[in-house]
Design a protein around this ligand. Structure first.
Ligand code: XIL
Length: 391
């Protein structure tokens, strides 16, 4: 795909503005002249990134500057997960999350909290009593309530949206048999949402999961949304993690359906953890189950781009991002936010999952934080917005 340079984009934009002046039409001026993600999609959807501690403490000054320049919403990659914020039954530790929230406030970000109820990165003690025996339903509900009240309550009015429940569905659309489900029962989700609403009635509450583009899981999510809505549970959006793989060629089309189906149920559909894994599969697991990791040894077959990404793959990545963003832009009435799971390639979790120590290239910025062809492709996709405003 030929890729106009930024200066060429500006020249095109200037020509469009001039032509529009003559024709008295309103062109997508804003989108066409923008050179940052947040400006290109202003009025369309928010664009964000998951931040690590080096970024939000500004130890990584370059990364922090890039975040401020490009994004208007942030998600904490790890620091609001249970194991970090609530490591022991009576110990909460908000050292890192306070800094995450302060960074967001100082920079005018729409601050997202991730995540309250999940089976992963949650200590084992959460589900056990003092003797190591499984908790009763009532005791686990009380613990969940305490956690949600304490964490959401601390950031009331400041964290604007919460991933209340993460990854509660199996690939076939049934409920995952996590300790939350087996101990509490399938109303654990509505309870979590109720506790979150009580703790901050103004916060947006989300259900978040991966592989929602697949039909069976999409249907499971749709059933879940219907169930919650029927009970008056305040779910604002479903988060589609969208951990895409370059070798999956059908995701954009499937996601198109997922956004339509879920959006029709009266929820927003946000893209919450976007990245595109360019490496060959290291395991049979083709989704984003953090519990599944590769056992095999490192070889060029599973780590082919250790010395750089071939241009053909670079261009394929850009095209994939363009395809995905055409779908997001098409559904701009339903998609409120597109968040990348990281900023530059060097920091991506995909260098270490599902196999440690590979060299991956899943994001819009390279290891020096320079924009890649995929960045330009995403900016270009903002041109598809009629009149530059989507909602
Ligand atoms: C990942 C983080 O990026 C890693 O740093 C951590 O080691 C494991 O978790 N789905 C989610 C995210 O909802 O929280 C996960 O984040 C990626 C998959």
């Amino acid at each position: 795909m030929p890729r106009p340079s930024i200066s060429l984009s500006r020249a095109i934009a200037a020509a469009v503005i001039a032509a529009a002046g003559r024709a008295h039409q309103q062109p997508a001026v804003q989108a066409q002249s923008a050179s940052t993600l947040k400006d290109a999609f202003a009025g369309v959807f928010r664009v964000g990134a998951a931040l690590n501690a080096n970024q939000f403490t500004e130890r990584d000054a370059k990364g922090a500057a890039l975040v401020k320049a490009q994004f208007n919403t942030t998600t904490p990659e790890n620091v609001l997960k249970w194991e970090v914020v609530h490591p022991q039954p009576t110990t909460y530790d908000f050292g890192q999350s306070d800094r995450y929230v302060a960074f967001g406030e100082a920079n005018g970000m729409f601050i997202v909290g991730h995540t309250l109820v999940w089976h992963s990165q949650t200590p084992r003690w959460v589900f056990q009593d003092a003797n190591g025996a499984p908790l009763t339903r009532d005791a686990l509900l009380a613990r969940m309530r305490d956690h949600i009240q304490t964490v959401v309550g601390r950031y009331k009015g400041r964290v604007k949206g919460w991933d209340v429940v993460n990854e509660a569905l199996n690939e076939d659309g049934t409920m995952r048999r996590s300790p939350w489900l087996t101990i509490i029962g399938d109303d654990f989700i509505e309870k979590a949402f109720q506790y979150a609403r009580d703790a901050d009635p103004a916060a947006e509450l989300y259900y978040n999961d991966y592989n929602l583009e697949a039909a069976a899981k999409r249907n499971g999510a749709a059933e879940l949304v219907k169930r919650l809505k029927a009970k008056g549970i305040p779910i604002a959006a479903v988060g589609s993690q969208t951990h895409e793989k370059l070798y999956n060629t059908a995701t954009a089309a499937k996601l198109d359906t997922t956004i339509s189906v879920l959006g029709a149920l009266g929820v927003k559909v946000n893209i919450t953890e976007l990245d595109v894994d360019v490496l060959p599969a290291a395991t049979q697991n083709r989704t984003a189950d953090v519990g599944v990791t590769a056992q095999q040894g490192m070889s060029a077959a599973v780590n082919p781009y250790a010395n750089g990404l071939p241009d053909a793959v670079q261009q394929a990545l850009a095209r994939r991002y363009a395809d995905l963003f055409s779908v997001f832009v098409k559904h701009r009435g339903t998609v409120d936010r597109v968040t990348f799971w990281g900023v530059g390639d060097g920091d991506s979790w995909l260098n270490n999952w599902p196999m440690r120590g590979r060299t991956n290239y899943p994001l819009l910025f390279d290891r020096q934080d320079a924009p890649k062809p995929a960045f330009d492709a995403v900016l270009q996709s903002a041109r598809q917005v009629p009149n530059g405003r989507g909602r």
